[in-house]
Design a protein around this ligand. Structure first.
Ligand code: GDP
Ligand code: MG
Length: 210
């Protein structure tokens, strides 16, 4: 079976809602996370493309679902979901986000798994847990990236990872949800992330037409 080459990521389209997303053909893996958690940086690290997803110091307000094709194909996709967790967002917008995300996670046929990006200094905030619950309800595998681990000592980062894993075990979701330490800045954990996403994308028949 061919390997997924993440460096081939190319922008496809931005959808304001799931109805405007590309056809539900093939496979996709979505990246989710609170604004400023480090989602864009993680996508850029994974694809070795510093300009793929925009990174910023000030949280953006875009609520678009961005799609990227891999290996010149439109049916193998990485998806950048809108960031969440703003304190000042109007309630109506929060509700709209909840509806959009829960629908996307529960109904999107091509979705194989979700990478949930969290700042290792602030893991498992309420909205993260909400995302996790939707994914688990849909029996969708999740991988938690505890990113910016370069901001902590190695031992402290390991301790956070163990705490998160313990919580997953307590909640009885450790069969579906995994976690790792990551740094977009230094590259720690890139191999593990690549392997996890690749294993989700390697569905039967995907490479047989060629
Ligand atoms: N030190 C460090 N900073 C990071 C890392 N990942 C992201 N950042 C910084 O955190 C801020 C938010 O990152 P961004 O990727 O735009 O977050 P997003 O809003 O989740 O897409 C930016 O200033 C990034 O440079 C990391 O692994 N290490
Ligand atoms: Mg971003």
């Amino acid at each position: 079976m061919p390997k997924i080459n993440f460096q081939t990521a190319q922008y496809l389209t931005s959808a304001p809602s799931i109805r405007e997303c590309p056809e539900e053909k093939g496979v996709e893996v979505a990246f989710a996370g609170r604004s400023n958690a480090g989602k864009s940086s993680a996508l850029n690290r994974l694809t070795r493309n510093g300009k793929l997803a925009r990174t910023s110091k000030t949280p953006g307000r875009t609520q678009l679902i961005n799609h990227f094709g891999l290996m010149g194909r439109e049916d193998i996709r990485l998806v950048d979901l809108p960031g969440y967790g703003f304190a000042k967002v109007p309630l109506a917008m929060k509700k709209a986000w909840e509806k959009n995300m829960s629908e996307y996670l529960q109904k999107r046929q091509s979705l194989q798994g979700v990478v949930l990006v969290m700042d290792i200094r602030q893991p498992l905030k309420d909205a993260d847990v909400m995302m996790l619950n939707w994914a688990v309800d849909a029996e969708l595998p999740c991988h938690i990236l505890l990113t910016k681990c370069d901001k902590m000592k190695r031992g402290a980062a390991k301790a956070v990872l163990l705490q998160v894993k313990e919580k997953l075990k307590e909640a009885n979701v450790d069969d579906l949800v995994s976690a790792q330490v990551f740094s977009s800045l230094k590259g720690d954990g890139s191999d593990v992330l690549e392997q996890r996403i690749s294993s989700w994308m390697m569905v039967e028949g995907l490479f047989e037409q060629e």
